[in-house]
Design a binder for this molecule. Structure first.
Ligand SMILES: C[S@@+](CC[C@H](N)C(=O)[O-])C[C@H]1O[C@@H](n2cnc3c(N)ncnc32)[C@H](O)[C@@H]1O
Length: 245
C-alpha cells in the first residue's frame, strides 16, 4: 500500500454523518436480478487465505457463519476443509447461483417459526444457507458460531441498523469464538455507500465491550470501480475480534 493511503481513513464523526443513505432490501434484490454485483469476487479473498489460521486457531470442524453471504466462494472452500458453513442472504437467486456454480445438489426446507424464510442445504448437509433477512435469525434458529467471516456484510448494513446488527452478531457467537471482519475506508464525503465507510472507532463502539479487537492489516483495494464513484483512495481493513470467555 502506498504511504499516502496508509495515513488516510481518519475521517471524523461529522464525516460519518454524511452517510445517511438507507438501502432497501428491494434494491439488493434488484442488483442480483440485473447482475449489478460488482462486490462479488470469483477468487477467494486473499485476506481470508492469509489469516485463516487466526480464525481457526488450531480448531477443526467449526461452525462458521457468513452473514449477508451472497454467493461467496469461500463458503465452499471452508466446507471442503471439514467445517460447517452457515450463511444468510435475502436473495434466493444468489443462493441458487452459489449451489449451481459449485455443482452442489441441495434441498429446501422451511424455517419453523419464520414466515417466508427457507433454508437451502447442500445434500451433504455441511452448507446451510438461510434465505431471509439476517434480522429474522436468532441463536434459537441457527445455533451459535465458532467463527465468522464478515466481508461485504457490516459494510453493507445501513448505518442506522449497525447497532442492531452488532448486537445480533454478539448473540450468535460462542464464547472464545473468532470473528474476521473486513471494513472499508474512503472519503465518505465523496461516496454515499454501500459499501459504507466504517472507521475503527465505530468497530470499538459496536464490539469493544464484548471482544478484544485487533487490526491485522490494511490493504489498498483501489480500482477503476472506485474511481468511477469519485474516490481517489479505497482501503480494505481486516480486524480480528476475539470473544472473551
Ligand atoms: C455487498 S454484498 C456482499 C456479499 C458477500 N458477503 C460477498 O462478500 O460477496 C451484500 C449482500 O447482502 C445481502 N443483504 C442485504 N441486506 C440483507 C439482510 N438484511 N439480510 C440478509 N442479506 C442481506 C444482499 O443481497 C447482498 O448479497
Amino acid at each position: 500500500m502506498d504511504g499516502a493511503a496508509e495515513g488516510r481513513g481518519a475521517a471524523g464523526s461529522a464525516d460519518i454523518g454524511a452517510q445517511e443513505r438507507v438501502v432497501a432490501e428491494q434494491e439488493w434484490l434488484q442488483r442480483w436480478e440485473t447482475g449489478k454485483i460488482g462486490f462479488h469476487k470469483e477468487q477467494r479473498h486473499p485476506l481470508l487465505q492469509k489469516y485463516l489460521d487466526i480464525l481457526l486457531n488450531g480448531r477443526s470442524g467449526l461452525r462458521i457463519f457468513f452473514p449477508l453471504c451472497g454467493k461467496a466462494v469461500e463458503m465452499k472452500w471452508l466446507a471442503d476443509m471439514g467445517h460447517r458453513v452457515i450463511g444468510v442472504e435475502i436473495s434466493e437467486q444468489a443462493l441458487k447461483e452459489f449451489f449451481a456454480e459449485h455443482s452442489l445438489p441441495y434441498r429446501e426446507e422451511p424455517v419453523p417459526g419464520t414466515s417466508g424464510a427457507k433454508m437451502l442445504q447442500s445434500m451433504s448437509g455441511n452448507i446451510s444457507l438461510y434465505c431471509c433477512s439476517i434480522y429474522d435469525l436468532s441463536s434459537a434458529i441457527v445455533g451459535k458460531f465458532d467463527g465468522v467471516w464478515d466481508r461485504g456484510a457490516l459494510v453493507a448494513v445501513n448505518p442506522c441498523d449497525r447497532q442492531r446488527y452488532a448486537s445480533l452478531m454478539i448473540s450468535l457467537m460462542e464464547k472464545s469464538s473468532s470473528y474476521l471482519l473486513v471494513t472499508v475506508l474512503y472519503d465518505p464525503n465523496k461516496h454515499k455507500g454501500p459499501p459504507f465507510y466504517v472507521p475503527e472507532s465505530e468497530i470499538k463502539s459496536l464490539y469493544g465491550n464484548q471482544c478484544e479487537i485487533k487490526c491485522l492489516q490494511k490493504v489498498n483495494d483501489f480500482s477503476d470501480r472506485h474511481r468511477e464513484w469519485g474516490l481517489d483512495y479505497f482501503l480494505e481493513v481486516l480486524y480480528i475480534l476475539k470473544f472473551v470467555p
